[in-house]
Design a protein around this ligand. Sequence first.
Ligand SMILES: [Zn+2]
Length: 384
Amino acid sequence: MLRALAIVLVLSVAAFAALWSFGVVGLPGASPPAAEAAPVAVLLDAAESGDPAAARLALDGGAPLDGADPFGRTALMLAAAGGHDDALRVLLAAGADVHARSETGWTALMFAADAAPTASTTLLLLNAGSDPHVADAEGRRALELAAGNAGVRGSGLWSRLEELTDWPASLRELRGGEAFARGWPSAYLVPIDGATISSRASHLPGAPRAYRNGTHEGFDFYDGTVSVEIAYGTPQRAAASGEVIRADVDYRELDQAGYDALIDSAVGSLDTPPEVLDALRGRQVWIRHAGGFVTRYAHLSGVAEGIVAGAPVMQGAVIGFTGNSGTSEAVQGTEDGPHPHVELWRGDERYLGQGLEPAEIYAIAAQVFGLEALPPFTDGGLRF
Ligand SMILES: [Zn+2]
């Protein structure tokens, strides 16, 4: 009798799931979708089968981006579990919530760590701002789940995931006890091989720039301050994979009169006007990454081949070469003072370091670029 009841129960759940997946029945408490909107099941199917075109179509048709199946799994989670990076990129570009959790408390990152066949999926979700500290009811985080996944465990990402998960207490304190700075990515690369972030506060984002009555918005990598040699022409790499959204291939250097006019207009303002600041960044490449983050590489002497607006770019690919474009040295026709200048933006609203003290910037930069990116010593008051 009990067994029969169990079978009936299983069958009715299956029937419900089937009807639900065809959009015939709704879940209790869920508001009915608009008549013309694609049901969430269409998007979930596209994500689970790893079909980016179908996912885009479903979204265009009005399917709810963060809608879930009866187990609380969103399209992002299903794409993550299958290792479907292309579908994942479509969902992330549409703004899918990386912090959403399933009925079992798993995030998309945890699904990827557990089941995606290669580490690229986990990397993509870390780059998109996923929090590796989220744990399920059994205390398992992405790290514990990835321990059983050879695709992640055997990859170069593993040590980075370990580092992010077992975060030094000193860095934790700087974030008011928060183990992870939500709203910022992780597992990025420092764009210059072997370089550390400068130990000088004046090279950090948020530093004042009196000559133009403004504020510095990036990390400067000057020779002698970043652990490796920096020269005119030193290659720079994409901090994370993404899409090139700006590449100043046909850049022409400012002349002295033009440069002076820019500085004059900045000095006459309360802050550096955006168009002036843009000109002073010289030749630039901008890359949009998963999760809506953008990196900007400024003062370049050249743009690497194939780096044009709209081109996809892989993490670690050379995107351009160090120069001094947009600076007074370049205007005077010299190759003096070459330095990478790298900014990290959340959309176009906030740059990493905005309004923060140097110690806080180092703490977040360590999450983004890895502990190895921190200078051996700093004047930001940090001691490791
Ligand atoms: Zn700079």
